[in-house]
Design a protein around this ligand. Sequence first.
Ligand code: DX5
Ligand code: ZN
Length: 225
Amino acid sequence: MVKMAPSVLSADFSQLAEQIKIVERAGADWIHLDIMDGHYVPNITFGPLVIAGIRKITHLTLDAHLMIENADAYLAAFQEAGVNQLTVHVEACPHLWTTIDKIHDLHLRAGITLNPATPISLIEPILHRVELVLVMTVEPGFGGQRFIDAMVDKIAALHKFKQEHKLSYEIQVDGGIDETTAPSVVRAGATVLVAGSSIFGVADIAAAFHRIKTAAEMAKNGESL
Ligand code: DX5
Ligand code: ZN
């Protein structure tokens, strides 16, 4: 099964609880939370206060993607707000080993993410210590951008490394995922799909969710639409 992690970045925040319930009923596995500070990326979203509210209305795994500087200073606050896992950018964490240890010390799953231009060789020495690797398939900061096709090879390389070293990290893909791009990333080895605008940016959220999920499962089973 391919896991689905809808990103609330594209949700209607005046109806956030209702929209999360829609994807929960449709079969979402995780809720993806994009945390932006206006420094590491040129956009500002939300923080622990809003997440604590989301925690009250769903039992789904809360998957926080930190696009912030000085992440170490905020890890505990996100844990207290109720997230289940924290993913940090290798480009924004000068002491990545320590950051991953801190996330684990908080009893959370740890993830590392790579911008499109960042090679996986940079994180190979630490891949045995994380539960998740997030491949950005757009530049971080905004929803609704175009999927960068060249990232499919990076996903395949991460999948190969995982198999060769008998590791078990999830390979999550984020940016421009819809029913047309999901099949190629799943065939390359992606195990978790983040999708924002293609789910929350359309009128029928549940139908959009099912279209992407179906396309992903068919690709996993070697079928084509
Ligand atoms: C972008 C975020 C994504 C965003 C994806 O920086 O990390 O999670 O929500 O949006 P779509 O699916 O619209 O590309
Ligand atoms: Zn994200």
